[in-house]
Write a protein that binds this ligand. Sequence first.
Ligand code: BG6
Length: 485
Amino acid sequence: MPTRVIPVDPFDLVIFGGTGDLARRKILPALFVRYLACQLPADARIIGAARADLDDTGFRALAAEAIAEFGCETSRHGRDLKGFLETLHYVSVDARGEGGWPELKAMMRDGVIRAFYFSVGPALFGDLAERLHAHGIADRGCRLVVEKPFGRDLESARELNATLAQHFDEAQIYRIDHYLGKETVQNLMAVRFGNVLFEPLWNNHYVDHIQITVAETVGVAGRGEYYDRAGAMRDMVQNHLMQLLCLIAMEPPNMFEAGAVRDEKLKVIRALQPVDPHQIVRGQYDPRDDIPGYREEAGNPRSHTESFIALKVHIDNWRWAGVPFYLRTGKRLKARSSEIAVVFNELGHSIFEEDVEPHRNILSIRLQPNEGIDLQVTIKEPGPGGMRLIDLPLDMTFADALDGHDEDVADAYERLIMDVIRGNQTLFMRGDEVEAAWAWTDPIIAGWRGRNDVPKHYESGSNGPEDSQMLLHRDGRRWREIKGE
Ligand code: BG6
């Protein structure tokens, strides 16, 4: 099945922080893959902008290296790589001074889309926005892409929104949460709103509870300084898990369109109940064998920052009243595995006398690895032993089911950058959503501080602290197994 590639209009994309980690790991490799898919127009221009004293040749060499290291195998694409590199240019700019801005202005073309990717710390957002405006580089139709972390609390997020709003309309601002660009996350919406089967059951009459797990095997090495100030709550829950929660819980938007989808997500965030501190478990990984523990990796021997968190959340609305949502995420867990599981109610009455085990349907959406969906159904155990029932998954692993499509599954950044050029904000966070998410998160974090809360220890390579199992056991439930890579 060939993938349908929708071409985009000619553009000038300026990447501030063009020599930085994110540009090298994600943005440049993603653009190259879109180039290989013939999606970039012949006259697309990608301009790296940073403080480093480089020229076009130097930037192209940096991009080639980054693509070799983090992107696809370049040896297979020699000629294409050369073509792609020719779209790259470089300008050295001083975000906090005047150097380089006239040169950048001279490089911009009229009549093409202008997009500015702020791949820099939020402390520079204001300076960049101000200078783009002052030098007349930002035109009315231009787009601004900003990365997380979008603030570290409600107050700082409000400030950032206000700073950007001085020079840009909300319709020009693309706040990235790369989870929204993941193939299966979008599939979640396709499954919910593209089938008649699920929607009638998607409520507190049929759903017992929902589990959202994002488990990682990596630690915080290399990012310790940032992470120790953030912790799993700010780094993952306030954004990625919150977005997953919104998509699974929101009301059907009347159209798959930016305004409608974001309105519905916002309603979910605003309906979140404050979380009871007893329904939260924080953890920190210990050293094991030659793997350093959290405190060592974070470079803070007395740190009380959580590298794991599990919490029970309730949504105050008609659809979900009484249905718990259990969220958990952590580093150095047993496997890399992200999944949303919708656990339906047990059957009210069984007509099969021999069958004493309870059965329930579970719809699980696997985000990574091994993207796919499976629905646990109850069937008869084969053989002549009477009506004994077993639960089996109706498994749709996308790589198997969509033969030939697995290689085409775009990285989240490929899709999101193309959406910026297309002017489609559906998969980006709106300012009010981000603020509402912080408004819910802030009191939780403040509560830990007030109580001097200390995270529980857990072993590297485990399921997280024992107490997180208790969180569900107390309710007569249990976490699904973390299994994956
Ligand atoms: C980032 C977090 O936003 O997402 C990281 O800052 C985390 O700590 C990463 O590791 C996870 O992303 P993915 O796509 O690998 O699941």
